[in-house]
Design a protein around this ligand. Sequence first.
Ligand SMILES: *Cc1c(COP(=O)(O)O)cnc(C)c1O
Length: 366
Amino acid sequence: MIPFLDLHKINSRFKTEFKSSFNFFLDSGYYILGSNVAAFEDEFANYCGTKYCIGVGNGLDALRLILEGYKILGKLKENDEVLVASNTYIATIIAIKQANLIPVLVEAEAKTFNFKIENLKEKITSKTKAIMPVHLYGQLSTMGEINTIARENNLLVIEDAAQAHGAKNNDKKLAGNLGDAAGFSFYPTKNLGCLGDGGAVTTNNEALATVIKKLRNYGQSSKYVNEYIGLNSRLDEIQAAFLRVKLPFLDEENQRRREIATQYLAEINNKKIILPAYNGSKNHVFHQFVIQVSDREKFIKYISKNGIGTLIHYPIPPHKQKALLEYSNLTFPVTEKIHSQVVSIPMSPILTSKDVEKVISVLNSF
Ligand SMILES: *Cc1c(COP(=O)(O)O)cnc(C)c1O
């Protein structure tokens, strides 16, 4: 049996280091916003190439705090419109709504699963103030074009980088450093995942970084002095310690993911399966390897009977969710087709070459 994802196996490689991190943490007597959070913030900013990193509670809050921060700085105000991909994970849209802004959904491109640029341009109005590209499944959005459109229309660019830690563009700039600010998640299944919840904001904007640092901690400017109505959304000290253990291995793990993807792309050869687009560069970190199959139910049944685990990212598009009823009369044919056909197959740096061969042979025999 090849499970869809084996988190125990992923993390047990670091057991010894995790245990000594925990012992250090326990003995320090300092459990919130201590030396590990500060050190991880430095290390992750350095990794992404940004001036600032602020550790927060999770990926959703990272995105929300960026938006709240820009409201305080006067760059956004209630009811401004934010362009977001119609096929994203719903968290991106929830963050916009929580900040009392208006998500405007933009149709996807079937090949890359990211924004279709022409559709993005069409949705810009006088109320549009920001674009939130999502590097879905680990592949960078076309940030060059997006930044050009943003400059022309005076819009902020906020990356949802929750699935793209370490993805690199042609100029060797990393996800998190390709817009005005970025939100990351360290949910356990992400390419850089902790052992609980965690998230971060990266930016080169000092004013924004300063505001978010306060907002994540009740809006405090110093102990018991509150400047804003903030959140309680601090990266956990112990999770920061675990992330510091794993960060040095992120690049080699992403490289292994790309190798597996390259082999899948070369050797999965079945007319019933549509493979994802990949240009062979480091702009993709294969958070997920997502194929499309028109007879999805039958396919999943077949490969699970043959010992291969799968998941669907995601079965219901955001505009068809009960939580977003006000969007239910919209139609996004590409997004709807994507959601009806996608299947994620096993993809993780701990897959063995035997695992990969087994996945390929089962898929080819469907
Ligand atoms: C995981 C994820 C989030 C949210 O992260 P959490 O840490 O679970 O809050 C946001 N956007 C995308 C695209 C994600 O994959």
